[in-house]
Each structure stands twice: as C-alpha cells, then as structure tokens.
Ligand binder design. Structure first.
Ligand SMILES: [Zn+2]
Length: 149
C-alpha cells in the first residue's frame, strides 16, 4: 500500500477548507514530490469549485486554474501530487462521479467527510493504472508528519 505523507499544517488546512465551504464541497490541489513509497506533500493550493450547479456533491477545478497551479508548482520544483475535496454529510469514500472525473494517473485523491460542518475522516486514494481503461482507485495510507521538514 502506498503512503501519502503530509505535514500536519497542510493536513489541517485541507480539513478546515472543507469546514469553511460546508455545506458545499471544497477542492484544491496537493503539491509535492514522489518517493518510492508514495507522494510527499509539501504544499496545498485552494481552488474555486466551478460546479455552481451542484456544488454540494460535485467539484471541479477550472482548467485554466489548474494550468496555473501546475506551472507554479514546477517553478518551485514541485509536481502535482494529487487533489483534495470534501464530502459534506457523506462518507470519505470516492463516488462514481469522482472516479469518472479522475484522470491524473499516479496521483492521490484525498477526500474529507464533513458532518454538520465538522471535518470527520480523511482518506486518500491513489489513482492506479496505466491508462483511462484500466484506471482504478487504490486505498492508501496517510502519514501526518509533525512539520514541513
Ligand atoms: Zn467526491
């Protein structure tokens, strides 16, 4: 099983983001570097949820915003490690929509359940596979590190 390593302050920040946008979903990107065990997150970027039609159970980062995030990550020697979003009043498990809209093979998809405005469980799923046809979500562990070092 792969391990997503994330510093405490970033872990808290993405959970807090989900509480702030409740009852709507929050979303954002995770930046970092890859290790043989999995991604090591060193930054997170909040993104606007462009799905205003159904923001409580859909999330989408605007393509141009994503291009900008990726460019900035690269300029700082980081890569897009994955994405995060929240599930207001739903378990922290991926949905069929999440799976259908996940295209970044090898990236981690982090989901935080938010119940009555409070963040509950946070889970991470690695999008495994070599192409769209054989992609699948694999459960991965989250290791919260003390600090950013
Ligand atoms: Zn979702």
């Amino acid at each position: 099983m792969s391990v997503l390593r994330i510093p405490q302050e970033i872990y808290q920040a993405i959970r807090l983001h989900g509480e702030e946008t409740y009852p709507h979903e929050c979303c954002g990107a995770l930046l970092g570097s890859s290790t043989p065990q999995g991604w090591r997150v060193t930054a997170s970027v909040r993104a606007g949820n462009i799905r205003t039609d159904s923001a409580h159970n859909r999330y989408q980062i605007a393509p141009l915003e994503l291009v900008k995030i990726e460019r900035e990550a690269r300029s700082q020697g980081m890569q897009i490690a994955g994405f995060y979003h929240s599930h207001p009043d739903h378990p922290a498990q991926w949905s069929q929509t999440d799976f259908a809209e996940a295209h970044w093979l090898g990236c981690s998809y982090v989901i935080t359940g938010v119940a009555n405005g409070k963040a509950t469980v946070t889970n991470s799923f690695l999008l495994a596979g070599t192409r769209e046809e054989d992609k699948r979500f694999e459960n991965e562990a989250i290791q919260v590190d003390e600090s950013l070092v």
